[in-house]
Structure formats: C-alpha cells, structure tokens
Design a protein around this ligand. Structure first.
Ligand code: SAM
Ligand code: SF4
Length: 332
C-alpha cells in the first residue's frame, strides 16, 4: 500500500521545503565564541523531544515531501544514544539523505556506530589548526581529539568528510590559507562560513565578519581556483583548485545570502519549528504532539508555518533583528 501523503511544503515565494534540520540538544561540550555564551542556560529537560517525538516530526515532514534530514544541535553526540536515533530515522520512508554536523570531539567513540546505524554523511567543524587558538575560539581544549575524530570518521567510511570553518576577523582570518592547505592534504571538503549574528555573547559586529570576497582572495593567494562547473547554487558556493587538488566552498550567508533558494526548515530540540535560522519565533509542535494531535494536524501546522516563511533574512540591512535564541539553541 502506498504511503499516505500530505500537501507539499510550499511557501509564498515559490520555494518548497525539502530539507529538515533536527536539533537533538542545545547542550555542548564546547562553548564556541560565535555560537553560545560561556554560561548557557540549558533548555529544561522535560521540554526536549524524545527520540520517538523527533522521529514522528521527521515522518510527518517526509509525508509532506521532506527528503533530507540533518541531525545537529548543540553537539548532537552530547546526547546519549544518537546512533540509535540514526537507526530509527533511517527507517522513515521518504528520507533519502541522513546527515549530521558534529564538532568531532566524540567521534572517536561514535563514528563506527553512526556508520553502522546508516548515517550517510558527516560534517565536522574546525576553525583552527592551532591548539591555543582552538582554546580561545572553542573555549574548551580539544584540537587533538577533534582531529582524531575526523580520522575515526574517515576510517569508519565517512569520506570525503566535509569540514566547516567559521572565519572571524582577528581570530582565525590569517589561517584561511593554512586551513585550505590542510584540507587539500587530507582530501577533505572545507567550507568557510561567514560569521553570522547568532552568537550567545551578543558581540557580533559587521567588522568581525570576514566577507566571502576576502576569504576567496586569501585562498587564491595560496592556490588558484575556479568556480566548480555545474555546481548547483546551494548554501555553499563551490570552487575547484586549478591544479586538481580538490575543491572547497564558501558559505556567504551575510554578504551573499542564498535565501531565495532556501529549502530548509528546522526543528529545535524542544520542538519548535523554525522556517529560518533568523526567524523571530518558533511554532510549537511539542504541545500539540503531547496533546495527542494526529499526523494530519501536525502536517497542517508544518504547512501553515512554511506558507508564512518570509523572503529572507536582513543581516546587513537596517531593520535586521536577531532571533530570540543563540545558534546552539536553534540548531545550526
Ligand atoms: N556542534 C556541532 C558543530 O559545531 O558542528 C553542530 C552544531 S553547530 C551550531 C553547526 C554549525 O554552525 C557549525 O559548523 C558551526 O561552526 C556553525 N556556526 C555556529 N555559530 C555560527 C555563527 N554565528 N555563524 C556562522 N556559523 C556558525
Ligand atoms: Fe557547540 Fe557546535 Fe556551537 Fe561550537 S558551534 S558551541 S561545538 S554547538
């Protein structure tokens, strides 16, 4: 029997939501300066969706046409049993791509289980190759473990590995060339990310953003490259090195936003549906789910929220307002 389906998640600007980011926790073993405050106030435990609830949201979303799910957080591996969640999500019909973003610290312990559970791909975050700087940016030690985590992931079969590096002025902007060299050497797809105003410390300024144009210049000073032929315009602009040394990407959310092509929605660890990283509020799905809402009611809530999705964020423009939460509590 064919699976029932609900109307697709169309918005008012011709976009269709096909990709869902699932935050499984706001907690983290790091305190990255661009993400969370040094002293975070965690979401109440009872508010966090159970694995069954998370899977249900994904199942209903898949019935509305969502095809891709990315598990994130906070640090997803800081939540117990995430490989089991992967296994459960793998069984959801319609989800053809299941991925995860992790800071890598706990991958030596979990990489093999994640692979065995069916995770398709992994992205690991790393902003510097210098241990002291790592401590300044991540506010926890862990460079060695993170690097070991990447090796463990590759050994488990997650290859090529994607690596995310947030570039901040005065923090690691002088390391763009070195990071590119390192990623080339290891055959990892590095994506440089512009610093977005989602940090818990509330000290984002335009001056601290290193624009994509400057990141590209810094790479070019080391390795000539050209736009990757045939690369679709997605979040990351992709480039290939002219000497055949692989590729890299830039995620220019601030200076070259990709909102018009955005097919993403997000569910926070406490069950809030956000149609944009910069949404001012979330639609509560936890309450209706716990009150016994049927799948069709949840699908209608998803549909309504996506219909109300705005055209895009306004970072860099007058009138921009930050969301009410820091990145770790939204889900990156
Ligand atoms: N803890 C995991 C990690 O660090 O990979 C997953 C969650 S983290 C919020 C997801 C991604 O968002 C990471 O690659 C991180 O570097 C990025 N990120 C966090 N805060 C950011 C900000 N203010 N601007 C740009 N990227 C940010
Ligand atoms: Fe944790 Fe990831 Fe945020 Fe860093 S970016 S504090 S690792 S959730």
């Amino acid at each position: 029997m064919a699976a029932p389906s609900f109307p697709p998640l169309n918005d008012a600007y011709g976009r269709v939501a096909r990709s869902l980011r699932v935050s499984v926790t706001d907690r983290c073993n790091f305190r990255c300066v661009y993400c969370m405050p040094e002293q975070p106030r965690w979401l109440p435990k009872d508010d966090i969706l159970s694995f069954e609830e998370l899977v249900r949201v994904c199942r209903v979303a898949a019935l509305c046409g969502v095809e891709k799910v990315r598990i994130t957080g906070g640090e997803p591996l800081a939540r117990k049993g995430v490989p089991e969640l992967v296994r459960m999500l793998k069984e959801v019909p319609g989800i053809r791509e299941l991925t995860m973003t992790s800071n890598g610290m706990l991958l030596p312990r979990h990489a093999r289980d994640l692979k065995a559970a069916g995770l398709d791909r992994l992205t690991v975050s790393l902003d510097t190759l210098d241990a002291e700087r790592f401590l300044r940016i991540n506010r926890r030690p862990g460079l060695e473990e993170t690097l070991r985590g990447m090796e463990a992931a590759e050994k488990a079969g997650f290859s090529p590995l994607k690596v995310n590096a947030v570039v901040m002025r005065g923090m690691n902007d002088d390391e763009v060339g070195a990071l590119a060299r390192w990623a080339r050497h290891h055959g990892r797809l590095l994506r440089f990310i512009e610093f977005m105003p989602l940090e818990g410390d509330r000290n984002w300024t335009r001056e601290r953003v290193v624009p994509a144009s400057e990141i590209l210049e810094r790479v070019r000073a080391n390795f000539p490259f050209r736009p990757m032929p045939g690369a679709a315009r997605t979040t990351a602009e992709l480039y290939e090195y002219e000497d055949g040394g692989g590729a890299f990407g830039v995620i220019a959310s601030v200076t070259r936003p990709f909102c018009e092509d955005c097919d993403r929605i997000r569910i926070t660890a406490d069950g809030g549906l956000r149609t944009c990283l910069f949404a001012q509020s979330a639609l509560d799905l936890r309450g209706p789910m716990r009150a016994g809402a049927a799948d069709a009611e949840l699908a209608a809530l998803l549909g309504g929220a996506v219909r109300g999705k705005g055209p895009g964020h306004l970072i860099d423009l007058p009138g921009f307002r930050r969301p009410d939460r820091a990145m770790n509590a939204i889900g990156g």
